[in-house]
Design a protein around this ligand. Structure first.
Ligand code: ADP
Ligand code: MG
Length: 675
């Protein structure tokens, strides 16, 4: 089916081959692409302010009459300056235009115009330079502002979009079947597009945005479902449920109910002739590693190998230790593979992996480097701390014969969001902490109370505990912020003289990091001054207090992760947040942390306060970026999209008749992302 919309923008009136090249830089090839090139914001010419009450330094819209046009002045080669004097009766203002003789010529003395630009002060008079100008008689007073590229002007894009929309027939654009439109009460696609480009008032743009955001969320959700179904079709090792008693008996604790349920769900998946694709969503300390270990055990008992990939060496080493502890008593062999091993060590692991001598290989991305071979890879576990994109996740799955996949979330996120971000996965939620776990008491204080905080830390150290102090990394040490090394030196010769202090930061060689970590773990150090590398770091139950300097620099969820490093043992633990940022937002954030231990609640608050940012940034998940919808503020729309998607699908296929356009949209979304 071809229509005018799928032709090159080159053929639009006023575009041509030259401009078409510029449009291509913006990712716009066809007329349809252009229609979906949405305004970044708008200029509202509908309510000008009197010149006298404009604020210097702000962007303002004024309506004024041209009083006088000065003679153009050549200020240097190729740079001509045009100056005008305008007035609106409250005051005069100079207007400066650079180089655009065309614009200058089009302005007539005695005529009224709307001018939008930043106001500066030129001696005694206000001045506006390079304003956007609209005739007072113009009908459309809301003008779109588009993302541009050098050589394209707002008006060139605006006119091209106008022409493009002229070619669009409702049927060419609508992707929703009529009954869905009716059920959701959303406006038609063509109306939405016309309104979002050229709203009559700023408010008009809202329902238009809503419709387009819905499309985006719906196609994303449908795409994820499809992706999931695609992997479901692949055959793999079917692993009957092993007798788990060997594993259970080697655990130093009793599984929580949530762990038990998650393990049962995983084993149920692994039994199937299609690969497991499951996410373990759980709060810090909820015991995700034990669930992963159970899966490894089941794989091993079925004669398959498991690989567990972590984003950093520190975390890989920790998982290795945990898995070894959980699995080796029952005869499951675990190995560690990281980039920092010697050639000889690596060769040994390689050969043990290839021969099948090792059942479980834990490591960094090295576990999937070329050259490594497994004898029978049946399970791949990834830790999403720093996230591997969807594409990457499936690339690595290819190393085996479609192994089962288990993903461990680093961040507890609200379930609706998880469904969106991890839509291609089934989800098990660990919503229960191991029994007897004490809530870490959290306090926020200003720097003035630092010495009291330190006195408190000393008390913990003196009764045999250990402490973390988190501060900025070496290269982040902005003014008045001490970086980790300076900080450690200072407290070593000051407040904490006589205590054993270690330093840990990301730029240290891996071997050095490991050594320091081991010292801290073995209680050869009392205090670990560290950067956020500790976020994914050691599990030291004897550490009972954490001080976080400049706490306002971190996201809530990150602070929650950090805090999760304490409170891992029997004793009451403490977290002291130090910040001199007393803004409302900072206070609110600190309050959330001190008032709840629930990571799910915290991430929801984080989302509300900060927006998804790079924290949930879809780019990091390898998902198509959301251009219009906002995961933070469109919660209700996300639910609507999910509900609609479910009503349209049956085992991952869009089933309703009349859904061809929607199906095509879903297809092209993922084509672009995974090319
Ligand atoms: P996370 O979900 O943050 O990855 P971990 O798997 O690191 O949590 O577990 C946190 C700590 O709790 C570890 O020391 C682990 O051994 C311990 N743990 C895990 N499950 C239980 C349980 N059911 N009972 C007691 N302790 C547990
Ligand atoms: Mg963990």
């Amino acid at each position: 089916m071809s229509c005018k919309l799928d032709e090159s923008v080159m053929y639009l009136k006023g575009v041509g081959p030259k401009r078409a090249e510029l449009f291509e830089k913006l990712g716009i090839k066809t007329v349809r692409d252009l229609i979906y090139h949405l305004p970044r914001s708008y200029t509202d010419y509908s309510s000008p302010v009197p010149i006298l009450s404009t604020e210097i330094g702000e962007v303002n819209v004024v309506e004024a009459e041209v009083v006088k046009k000065s003679r153009p002045a050549m200020i240097r080669k190729g740079m001509t300056l045009y100056k005008l004097l305008v007035t609106d009766g409250t005051d005069d203002m100079s207007v400066v235009i650079f180089n655009s003789q065309y614009m200058f010529d089009s302005l007539k003395e005695g005529e009224k115009y709307l001018l939008c630009g930043k106001i500066t002060a030129d001696g005694k008079r206000r001045e506006m330079s390079s304003p956007n100008i609209l005739s007072s008689a113009a009908e459309d007073k809301i003008r779109p502002i588009y993302p541009l590229t050098a050589g394209l002007t707002q008006s060139a894009v605006t006119n091209a979009v106008k022409n493009a929309l002229g070619y669009a027939l409702p049927a060419d654009l609508e992707i929703l079947p009529p009954d869905i439109l009716k059920k959701t009460g959303l406006m038609s696609e063509i109306d939405a597009l016309k309104l979002i480009h050229f709203p009559k008032s700023l408010k008009d743009a809202d329902p238009a945005r809503r419709r387009l955001a819905f499309d985006e969320l719906l196609t994303l959700r449908l795409g994820m479902t499809e992706l999931r179904e695609r992997t479901r079709k692949l055959s793999t090792f079917s692993m009957p449920k092993a007798d788990m008693s060997g594993f259970i008996n080697s655990l130093p604790f009793r599984l929580t109910g949530a762990q038990g349920r998650a393990i049962a769900e995983c084993l149920e998946d692994m039994k199937m002739p299609t690969p497991m694709n499951r996410l373990i969503l759980g709060d810090v300390g909820s015991g995700k590693t034990a669930v992963a270990a159970a899966c490894c055990y089941n794989a091993a008992k079925n004669g398959a190998q498991a690989v567990m990939m972590a984003p950093t060496e520190i975390l890989a080493a920790q998982h290795f230790e945990s898995l070894k502890g959980f699995l080796e008593p029952s005869g499951v062999k675990v190995g560690l593979l990281t980039g920092s091993l010697t050639k000889k060590q690596k060769a040994e692991i390689y050969s043990a992996a290839a021969s099948g001598e090792l059942d479980v290989i834990v490591g960094t991305h090295a576990v999937f480097q070329e050259g490594i071979e497994y004898s029978r890879l049946g399970l791949v576990i990834t830790d999403e701390q720093h996230r591997f994109g969807v594409a990457q996740r499936s690339a690595l799955a290819k190393k085996g014969e479609n192994p089962h996949r288990l993903v461990m979330s680093a961040t507890p996120i609200p379930r609706t969001l998880a469904l969106m971000i991890y839509g291609e996965l089934d989800i098990s939620v660990l919503d229960e902490l191991p029994a007897g776990r004490k809530r870490t008491e959290t306090y926020a204080v200003t720097g003035k109370l630092r010495s009291r905080a330190f006195a408190f830390v000393k008390k913990e150290l003196d009764r045999g505990g250990q402490a973390y102090i988190v501060c900025p990394a070496i290269d982040e040490g902005a003014a008045n912020m001490k970086n980790v090394s300076e900080y450690a030196e200072e407290i070593a010769s000051g407040e904490f003289k006589g205590y054993r202090i270690g330093v840990l930061h990301g730029q240290m060689p891996a071997a050095k990091k490991d050594a320091v970590m081991k010292q801290f773990k073995d209680h050869e150090l009392d205090i670990l001054v560290c950067t956020t590398v500790i976020e994914v770091g050691v599990d030291v139950p004897n550490a009972t207090v954490m001080v976080i300097e400049n706490a306002d620099r971190y996201g809530l969820s990150q602070l929650h992760q950090l805090r999760g490093r304490v409170g891992r043992g029997e004793r009451q633990s403490y977290c002291i947040l130090i910040t001199d940022n007393l803004s409302d937002e900072s206070r609110k954030r600190m309050k959330v942390l001190s008032s709840t231990p629930d990571g799910f609640e915290i991430s929801e608050a984080d989302l509300e306060l900060r927006g998804p940012g790079d924290f949930f940034g879809s780019a990091q998940h390898g998902l198509p970026p959301l251009k219009i919808a906002d995961l933070a503020s469109d919660g209700e729309l996300i639910k609507l999209a999910q509900k609609t998607a479910d009503s349209l699908t049956d085992t991952g296929r869009i089933t309703l008749p009349g859904c061809e356009p929607l199906r095509r949209r879903v297809g092209s979304l993922f084509e672009k992302t995974y090319d």
